[in-house]
Design a protein. Structure first.
Length: 315
C-alpha cells in the first residue's frame, strides 16, 4: 500500500513587511485582527488540502477557540478578507476558506516533496449544466441534490438535538475544557473504541465539576472506570448507586465517641484539692465555688459525693 501523501505543512513564511490586507485588518480590528489572520493561516497550513470548511459547526467552534473571538466577529473579518481578495470570495460564499496567495507562497514545500500542490476546491461550486435546459432533468444533478438535502437534514437534526450536543465528547470538550487540538481529538477517538460517547462526556463533566479542566484528569477517570469494569453508562450508574449505598451504611455504623471514664484515683485527687480550697473559701455558696474550679462535671460530682460520705464537706 502506498504511503498517503501529506497535504499539510509544519510552518510557513512570516514576512516582516505587510501589504494592504494586514494594514486594513489591523487598523480596523487591532490586535484581534492581526492575531486572527495569522492563526487562520496556521489553521490553513495544518488542514489537509489547505482549505477550511466552516459549514461544519465543530470547525466553527474550533476557529473561535483558536482565535479567541466570537463567531460573529470571525465572520465579519472573513467577509472583509474576501473583499480584499485575501481569501477566495466565491468559495467564501459557500463558507469555504481558501487563499490562493497562501498556497502559492508554500508551493516550494510541495516541490521539495515532489508531490502535487493542493488545488482550489471546486466541488463546492455548483456549475450550470447546459443539458439541464434541454432535458429538464440531470441524473447526476438529482443525486447531488439528494445528498445535499440529506446533509442539510442531518445538520438540522444535530443542531436541534440537545441530547446529541450534551453527549458529544468532541463538542463538550470544546465548549467546556479547551480547544479541540488534533492530538486531543485523536485521544478522544481512541477512548471511543472502549467507551461510549456518553460515558466519555461524563468524564469531562466530572473534570469540570471538580474544577480540573484537562484531558489528563478526564483520562485518569476513564482509566479508573475501565480498571473497575465500567464500560457503559449503566455500569457507571450502578457503581455510583452502590457507592452511595456504602457511604450511607458506613455513616449509620459510625458510633458516637465513647464517654470519658474517670478513675477513682482521679476523683480522690480532686476531692483532696477541693477540701483544701474550701477550707480557704470565705464565701457562702460553697457548691458554686467547687464547680467553678474547672473540674469536669463528673469529677466534681464524684468528689463532692465522696467528701459528703466522709463528712468532710457540709453544704
Amino acid at each position: 500500500m502506498a504511503r498517503p501523501k501529506k497535504q499539510t505543512i509544519d510552518y510557513f513564511p512570516h514576512s516582516c513587511t505587510h501589504g494592504k490586507t494586514m494594514f486594513i485588518i489591523e487598523q480596523k480590528y487591532g490586535n484581534d485582527g492581526y492575531a486572527f489572520w495569522f492563526k487562520l493561516l496556521e489553521l490553513l497550513g495544518d488542514t489537509a488540502g489547505h482549505y477550511i470548511d466552516l459549514n461544519d459547526e465543530a470547525t466553527q467552534e474550533f476557529l473561535q477557540a483558536k482565535t479567541r473571538i466570537s463567531w460573529d466577529l470571525c465572520h465579519e473579518i472573513l467577509d472583509l478578507l474576501a473583499k480584499l481578495e485575501a481569501i477566495d470570495a466565491e468559495l467564501w460564499e459557500h463558507k469555504i476558506v481558501w487563499s490562493q496567495n497562501y498556497v502559492d507562497g508554500i508551493s516550494d514545500v510541495y516541490k521539495n516533496r515532489r508531490t502535487e500542490i493542493p488545488s482550489r476546491p471546486s466541488f463546492y461550486i455548483e456549475k450550470p449544466h447546459d443539458a439541464d435546459i434541454s432535458t429538464g432533468e440531470n441524473p447526476q444533478s438529482k443525486v447531488k441534490e439528494s445528498k445535499v438535502e440529506e446533509s442539510k437534514e442531518e445538520e438540522s437534526n444535530i443542531s436541534t438535538d440537545d441530547n446529541y450536543n450534551s453527549n458529544n465528547p468532541f463538542r463538550y470538550y470544546q465548549q467546556n475544557i479547551g480547544p479541540l487540538l488534533p492530538d486531543i481529538a485523536d485521544l478522544i477517538d481512541q477512548y471511543r473504541k472502549d467507551l461510549p460517547d456518553e460515558l466519555i462526556t461524563e468524564a469531562f463533566k466530572l473534570a469540570v465539576k471538580n474544577n480540573a479542566r484537562s484531558m489528563r484528569y478526564a483520562e485518569k477517570i476513564m482509566i479508573s472506570w475501565m480498571d473497575k469494569g465500567i464500560r457503559t453508562m449503566e455500569d457507571y450508574r450502578r457503581h455510583e448507586a452502590e457507592w452511595e449505598h456504602r457511604k450511607t451504611a458506613e455513616a449509620g455504623r459510625e458510633e458516637a465517641p465513647a464517654k470519658r471514664q474517670y478513675t477513682q484515683a482521679e476523683i480522690e485527687a480532686a476531692a483532696r484539692y477541693i477540701k483544701r480550697a474550701v477550707s480557704r473559701y470565705e464565701g457562702s455558696n460553697v457548691l458554686e465555688f467547687i464547680y467553678s474550679l474547672g473540674y469536669p462535671q463528673e469529677v466534681a460530682d464524684g468528689a463532692v459525693k465522696l467528701l459528703r460520705e466522709r463528712k468532710e464537706l457540709v453544704v
